[in-house]
Write a protein that binds this ligand. Sequence first.
Ligand code: NI
Length: 175
Amino acid sequence: MTIYKVVEYPNPRLRIPSKPVTEFDDNLRQIVENMFETMYTSSGIGLAAPQVDIHKQIIVIDLTEDKSDQKVIINPKITFKEGSASIDEGCLSVPLDYRAKVERASHIVVECFNEKGEQYTIDATEELLAICLQHEIDHLEGKLFIDYLSGLKRSMYEKKLSKYQRYKRRAESAS
Ligand code: NI
């Protein structure tokens, strides 16, 4: 088992669009297992492959606290969207544990595959799942939740982040 290193914004590799999975083999199942471990280690509820520098359409989600509902979402397509909802979103790839609300659909339907290559449908009527899916599917297209922020909110975050990065660099060069 491997815990992957999570790629953080503003690393441009987060912007690379992911390719569909074509081989549902042991290598894929290993990646999925490692992604779950990486997500649990960071206390996340969702992780998309580009966040660990793998540019394939693979997502793992588990909204439970006891690791009891592992969802593997491969090559997803959103086929239905309705309503609107927003929660304070965060992302393992967005530093400083920054959180902000993003307008999303409250109910979506996703067609996808599991790690065995079986096609299935997720009818996400629950807001948290619907939002989480939209957030992770965005990752596959190189999109981050902070891309939806207003200009002012975004620039406030960028300022905070560059201040933190300057501080980090100074701390690193001093050690
Ligand atoms: Ni994210």
